[in-house]
Design a binder for this molecule. Sequence first.
Ligand code: SF4
Length: 288
Amino acid sequence: MGGGEAAMRIEVDNGSGFCFGVVRAIRMAEEAVPIVSLGDIVHNAAEVARLEGLGMETAPEGTDLRDLAGRRALVRAHGEPPATYEEAEEHGVELVDATCPVVAALQKTVAEAWEAMRRVGGQVVIFGRAGHAEVRGLTGHAEGAIVIEGEADLERVDFGKPIYLLAQTTASLGEFRRLGAEMRRRTEEAGGEVEIHDTVCRQVADREERLAEFARRHDVCLFVAGAKSSNGRVLFEAVKGANPRSHKIEGPDDVRGEWLDGADSVGVCGATSTPRWLMEQVAEKICC
Ligand code: SF4
């Protein structure tokens, strides 16, 4: 692909790839093999396969820890609810805790907010994806927290009572701000009060802007991310918004030659869960 008179310029984005929380979790897994990861260590099948080659196994989310009795298991960067730690103890599973320190701090904040809201009859509201591993970990610290995915879910919130609003670390900062403003408006109308705590991780939030700028610099942009990455979904929206000739792919085999027709420059970038080596394989595929 990409032959022709003038060479096509290909750039792999230096700022794309694993955030520090994921790098740390992968290093901990590599150092602790043989180990069973409780769910995908990253939402990227290619990187999971590489680690499995080193001796890591992956147990599906929700695996009964009784089935891992006597083994070593990894808590991913997303974290786990307190019940997982109790069950591991009960069934003799040795946990290697790779919860990202940013997520661990957020779990603590959620637990404190829950306690404070319980005292005043208020509500903890978490903006995030219901059922996402990090969100399940957070609600494990605040069993009655209300998870909202967008404005439509606000009808489940009582604006006449105190509210403490937080976000999943990988949520979109723009959407969080819009929701926060809307909640403030409704709270004022209803005479309640809302405390807004912006807990979006800047390892992700800063990337939206930067990736949009990267995408604008190129005729075509190829965004590499696993199908299950929620961070990948958010970031791809920013990329696509900046450059309509952007395509989301999982790896080099998904690249279609016609996407590159007439392009002088192609940018290859990815999510926080995308390994650098995979983006390089995509670049190789289009240049050769
Ligand atoms: S995105 Fe932020 S909070 Fe999430 S794992 Fe990475 S560094 Fe940690």
